[in-house]
Design a protein around this ligand. Structure first.
Ligand code: SDX
Length: 401
């Protein structure tokens, strides 16, 4: 058989893109949104302020932030048809991420003004039209996820309630178990912890789901279809689905006594250490450090320390002192500890990727806007390095053996 060739297509590679949104240094474990270190944003900012900064490129003035929060809150109520789709369109065991992606696709048909297929690509030239989609998608995400949770837990659908002075995340936590006539006061500490998790998950350069967002945007589809596809990419167990996989892994390991045998299974490639490793970080994921600290604050607030956190901490220690992981520069990533927080707050494991999606929607929309503001707008066409056969002639079927 002829040797395989390597072939350089010669065109400029449109797979990688230039962006001004997030800076990542995998060797030194550095993450900055629009130049601001993630540690400072996690400590001082809010999710909506970070969503604003990712999209517009600058921290908002107090007045701009209040206007942005008002616009997002004004779009908090999902269209009735979407709530109907969620509450009776799906089997109760449909995975929440699948329901969320399908609901996002449905949104695209409800708001034709945002659909280039119907209105032509010029529809997104208007900065105002783009902002309107951002308010609507970011605004409805919490109640879409809350209604998926409610429908899968036998609670009545809910299109909205008087949130009073609740912020984005407080109203989300209240919507999950809200009951008609019952006043809800959100737990401010848990809501703050969730808000910081949304900040930490908001963007991460050209990760798999954000690359998906940019790829679809480059082909000219509507923003709802692009977000739905990005939700699909995020769902994968090697990406946003890893949070769910980490908890299932810890529950399988059960006790610190089983850690050595588990790590041997990883080294024999019979297991993966979920929540460890990264395509870019060759150092500790800066988000994992912050999340581990939040975990203990949440446990203190809920008054119960999940024994799995001690197991996770011992598993981390054992892996970080093991030559196999050190040589491969495998460290905890954003997913290693986040599931323990979601579980302590009361979310079932299958909901963890939806929580990741709420935060990451801010980044997807910032990249969507950045692509549409690029005068070039070249369609994405990742370059392939051909490793197949060179030219060869057809062989008649009776001559093949
Ligand atoms: C996220 O891209 C992003 O930014 C993603 C994300 C974001 O915010 O969007 O950060 C979110 O997706 C975090 C990652 C969540 N996924 C997991 O935790 C799943 C477990 N992790 C692995 O599957 C893996 O680390 C990946 C998928 C994350 C990265 O895979 P790579 O790029 O193939 O890993 P690598 O090239 O660094 O691997 C080097 C070696 C290999 O072994 P050798 O062939 O050299 O012997 O390390 C091994 C890998 O097999 N390895 C692991 C491992 N991760 C890598 N071995 C065991 N367990 C692991 N988790």
């Amino acid at each position: 058989k002829q040797g395989v060739l390597s072939y350089d297509p010669g065109y400029t590679n449109t797979a990688c893109c230039t962006s001004r949104i997030t800076y990542l240094d995998g060797e030194r474990g550095i993450l900055r949104y629009r130049g601001y270190p993630i540690e400072q944003l996690a400590g001082k900012s809010s999710f909506l302020e970070v969503a604003y900064t990712l999209y517009y490129g600058e921290l908002p003035t107090e007045q701009d932030l209040r206007l942005y929060e008002t616009n997002v809150a004004a779009h908090r109520t999902p269209h009735n048809d979407l709530v109907k789709i969620i509450s009776n369109g799906f089997r109760s065991d449909a995975h929440p991420m699948g329901v969320l992606a399908s609901t996002m696709m449905a949104m695209g048909t409800l708001y034709p003004e945002a659909n280039p297929a119907l209105r032509g690509n010029h529809v997104y030239e208007s900065h105002k039209v783009r902002e309107k989609q951002v308010f609507r998608i970011l605004g409805t995400m919490p109640l879409l996820v809350a209604n998926i949770y409610r429908s899968q837990n036998g609670l009545a659908p809910m299109v909205g309630f008087d949130t009073g002075d609740m912020n984005f995340t407080e109203s989300f936590l209240c919507a999950l178990n809200w009951v008609e006539g019952k006043q809800y006061k959100p737990n401010k500490k848990l809501a703050r912890a969730m808000d910081v998790l949304f900040v930490l998950h908001a963007d991460h350069e050209l990760n798999c789901s954000t690359a998906t967002m940019r790829q679809l945007t480059s082909s000219g589809v509507d923003v709802y279809t692009s977000v739905a596809a990005s939700i699909g990419a995020l769902y994968g167990p090697l990406h946003g689905g890893a949070t769910e996989a980490v908890l299932k892994m810890l529950e399988r390991i059960k006790s610190v006594d089983n850690i050595p045998a588990f790590l041997d299974a990883v080294k024999n490639r019979e297991e993966k250490l979920m929540g460890f490793g990264h395509r870019v970080y060759r150092n500790y994921d800066p988000r994992a450090k912050i999340i581990k600290k939040i975990a203990y604050e949440v446990f203190e607030e809920v008054g119960q320390v999940d024994p799995l956190i001690d197991l996770a901490t011992e598993l981390e220690r054992a892996a970080l002192t093991d030559e196999y992981f050190a040589k491969r520069k495998l460290y905890p990533n954003v997913d290693f500890y986040s599931g323990l927080i979601y579980k302590a707050i009361g979310f079932p494991t299958e909901f963890f990727p939806c929580l990741f999606a709420i935060g990451r929607t801010a980044g997807w929309l910032a990249h969507w806007n950045e692509f549409l503001e690029d005068p070039e707008k070249k369609i994405a066409r990742p370059m392939q390095l051909y490793k197949g056969h060179g030219k060869r002639d057809y062989i008649e079927v009776f001559s093949r053996w």
